[in-house]
Ligand binder design. Structure first.
Ligand code: SF4
Length: 376
């Protein structure tokens, strides 16, 4: 089973924390869609070992800037070129203010069955400070409309550790979220990425970051409020109830092959990593003229071990001994030697041959992963 990812690199405005490859120049939407269709056809043999598609994911950027017909055309082309599972998961990332009833009905009509909404906050003042273009009212309307028309597999993204977000306000936000018909939440701590407006303000000293204490309190509130509401933390930043895990993201974490289409999209065929140029015009020109538009990294056994550790150790399934053995006895012994102290102090447990981080371990996950990461 494999997945296909489409990167839609357009947004109406740029959020202050965002360093994704995206452009606010919407003039290139049509030629870029054409180039992406061409790339899809050119690379139909990329997933040669497993052409059976279990998930299709439209990320960005803002895929909800496309019309349902544009999205539908890409889904149809995947169906023309690959073996698509009957119960394929088709996700579209969307901005709440794009989701009126007609638009949602259009998505449903072309085969979309999961929404991933960039909600980020349920406080208008925080949304404004992030330069998000939607309001809290847009969020509630979008979710109600989606459920009403039958598009009820909804995930939302949230950001915490944001300047101005007190632990109490964060708790209030989460309480308003869990009351909604939403079964999946991805929640990430703010990172000050170079090149973002937040980063510039931090460097200029015009922004006050949250304290370390509040940061930890945010994570603690996140896990306890969601736990009480019946959400399972199946990955350090991902929570679901009613078993609504993201099949697409779970496949990444299990090192399943995937094909990424569009500027800056990454692909993995089980052996090598590949990524496309992060420039819309250059991507269009290169795809149209047949020039190379990607880089390839040939992964060593150690690289594949490291990739497996980084992705799997943050999930509830953890690091599997049997899988570890595939990287050879030396790397397996290296892992066992270095994970030992974390097992002793209760940050990692071994359950039926899987090393799994506990809640205590999740808080220090970066350090734990650093210790079992293999450096030449
Ligand atoms: S909408 Fe998403 S991709 Fe676009 S600028 Fe905001 S965070 Fe970045």
């Amino acid at each position: 089973m494999s997945g296909i990812y489409f990167h839609i690199p357009f947004c109406k405005t740029r959020c202050f924390y965002c360093d994704f490859h995206t452009s606010t120049d919407l003039n290139l939407v049509s030629p870029l869609m054409e180039a992406m269709m061409k790339e899809l056809r050119m690379r139909q043999n990329y997933l040669d070992k497993d052409r059976h598609i279990q998930t299709i994911y439209f990320g960005g950027g803002t895929p909800s800037l496309l019309s349902p017909d544009q999205i539908g055309a890409m889904i149809q082309e995947v169906k023309n070129l690959f073996l698509v599972s009957d119960n394929v998961e088709v996700t579209v990332e969307a901005n709440p203010d794009d989701l009126n009833r007609d638009y949602l009905k259009g998505l449903l009509r072309v085969g979309v069955n999961r929404l991933s909404m960039g909600v980020q906050s349920t406080s208008d003042c925080i949304l404004k400070s992030m330069n998000r273009r939607h309001s809290v009212e847009d969020v509630f309307n979008a979710i109600n409309n989606a459920v009403d028309i039958g598009l009820d597999n909804i995930s939302i993204d949230l950001i915490y550790g944001v300047p101005g977000l007190s632990p109490q306000l964060w708790k209030t936000e989460l309480e308003s979220i869990i009351a909604l018909p939403v079964d999946h939440i991805s929640a990430y701590h703010l990172t000050y990425h170079k090149g973002t407006e937040y980063y510039r303000r931090l460097k200029k000293g015009t922004l006050t970051p949250v304290t370390e204490e509040d940061s930890l309190a945010h994570f603690d509130i996140l896990t306890s409020v969601l736990d009480d509401a019946g959400f399972e933390q199946y990955e350090i930043s991902n929570f679901c109830r009613n078993n609504k895990i993201s099949n697409h993201n779970s496949a990444y974490w299990r090192s399943v092959a995937y094909l990424g289409i569009g500027p800056s999209a990454h692909s993995f065929d089980g052996i090598n990593r590949q990524w496309n140029v992060s420039d819309n015009q250059e991507y269009i020109n290169s795809v149209s003229s047949g020039d190379r538009f990607y880089e390839i990294e040939h992964l060593t056994n150690e690289d594949r071990y490291n990739d497996y550790i980084i992705t799997s150790f943050r999930t509830k399934w953890g690091v599997c001994d049997q899988k570890l053995s595939e990287y050879g006895p030396l790397l397996r012994e290296f892992f066992l030697r270095n994970v030992d102290s974390f097992v002793e102090n209760g940050e990692v447990i071994n359950q039926n041959g899987n090393w799994i981080m506990t809640k205590k371990g999740f808080i220090r996950s970066d350090l734990i992963i650093e210790k079992v990461f293999y450096y030449e």
